[in-house]
Design a binder for this molecule. Structure first.
Ligand code: PLP
Length: 405
């Protein structure tokens, strides 16, 4: 008899965004005239920049001639893109990462979810709370999370590290030994970024404990403050303890195009094995490379014109973030994030539950947000708003929220 992976049956039912969609749909059906503004899901809305579109058109044209046609590409990505990444994302910031340490993929979600393939099930995993749900669910599917305890809204075998205003959104080092540590900076959902000293503490911990940090830098381009690290490899010692994930999704509007990359330094070894080689083995077995056309488009963001154009789009989103932050603060709310991130993490007023505040904003302001509790128990008492909407819709949403508070 075929047996399924029993871990799937342990996953808690309704996925956060499905529940938000359900509540939104129910409300819209009951109030067909309501003009809802969606600041919930973190998807981009601005079109691709011209430099990317032009590069992809050229790449499509190449497919029309047998001289330039491309079939299967390298599992780890084309050299033109890996070289552009190494030069612009790392060497330009004084970080020595070489192209053969970079693996191009169809996005950071796949890589964050798949990386567990190269690690034993026996590893103890630590995640921030609140957290991007992919780290938790992928470890649960692979059998590292134990059982789901609905009363605690937590997995029995995961170490949850509260990441809240009380600890300046930097999790404390765990008091039990952990092996795999997921950190995300700038963070989804809190919108906050770790500084050099905070990250150095984690790098030192990981090296001392032979642990590995999974560093998700999907929002690195949104950092505006000087002196904040954009890559974990800016921290001395990180190359022997960290894997970094990056994405073109929010950087270049690639949520629908699909492209990202993972960095695994040559020095990174455990039990005498190179993690770079293991990941290459994993990718060449289960992945046939990202699309040539999409990689051509991604490489265009590293041209002077492309770099200028994506900067404009990111600044557009950051301006939305500023408008939301200032508007909510003027309404008396405590607001975090927004400065180095497209996410705004807002404390609910008067200790209100996060689903209650979500409902209030939906029903009274017709604005859709994301309840913080959906990202983990420590997200209770917060909501997340995103800066990915249009400028007018964002302004209007802020005015409506101010009016009802
Ligand atoms: N990592 C974080 C923290 C994210 O918020 C997201 C997307 O929302 C991703 C990774 C996924 O990125 P991609 O679109 O490249 O799969």
């Amino acid at each position: 008899m075929t047996k399924i992976n029993e871990n799937f049956a342990k996953l808690p039912g309704s996925y956060l965004f499905a529940e938000i969609a359900r509540r939104t749909e129910t409300y819209q059906q009951a109030h067909p005239d309501a003009k809802l503004i969606k600041l919930g899901i973190g998807d981009v809305t601005q079109p691709l920049i011209p430099a990317v579109v032009e590069a992809m058109h050229e790449a499509v044209d190449e497919q029309t001639s047998s001289d330039t046609f491309k079939g299967y590409g390298p599992y780890e990505g084309y050299d033109f893109l890996r070289e552009a990444i190494a030069k612009n994302d790392f060497r330009a910031r004084g970080v020595d990462i070489s192209p053969d340490e970079i693996f191009v993929s169809d996005g950071a979600k796949s890589d964050c979810g798949n990386i567990g393939d190269i690690f034993s099930r026996d590893n103890k995993v630590a995640v921030c709370d609140p957290v991007y749900p992919v780290y938790v669910d992928s470890n649960a599917i692979e059998g590292r999370a134990g059982e789901y305890d609905p009363s605690a809204e937590a997995w029995t075998n995961l170490v949850y590290m509260p990441t809240t205003a009380e600890n300046d959104f930097c999790p404390a080092l765990p008091d039990t030994d952990v092996d795999l540590i997921y950190l995300c900076s700038p963070n989804n959902p809190t919108g906050t970024a770790l500084n050099v000293e905070q990250l150095q503490r984690w790098v030192d911990y990981a090296n001392d404990h032979d642990a590995i940090i999974m560093f998700d830098a999907a929002y690195e381009r949104f950092i505006t403050e000087d002196n904040l690290p954009h890559s974990i490899y800016e921290i001395p010692g990180a190359k022997t303890c960290a894997i970094e994930f990056r994405s073109f999704s929010k950087t270049a509007g690639f949520t629908g195009m699909r492209c990202g990359y993972t960095v695994i330094p040559r020095e990174l070894e455990r039990q005498g094995q190179s993690l770079n080689s293991l990941w290459m083995r994993r990718q060449s077995t289960k992945f046939n490379g990202a699309s040539y056309i999409i990689q051509k488009g991604a490489a265009a963001i590293y041209t002077p014109e492309g770099a200028r154009q994506i900067r404009e789009v990111i600044d557009f989103y950051l301006n939305n973030a500023r408008i939301i932050k200032e508007g909510l603060e003027s309404a008396g709310l405590h607001v975090y994030g927004a400065v180095n991130s497209p996410y705004i993490w807002c404390k609910t007023p008067n200790g209100m539950g996060s689903w209650d505040f979500f409902n209030k904003l939906l029903k009274e302001a017709n604005v859709i947000t994301t309840p913080g509790a959906g990202f983990g128990p420590a997200g209770e008492g917060y909501i997340r708003l995103t800066a990915f909407g249009g400028a007018d819709a964002t302004r209007e949403a802020v005015e409506r929220i101010k009016k009802i508070l």
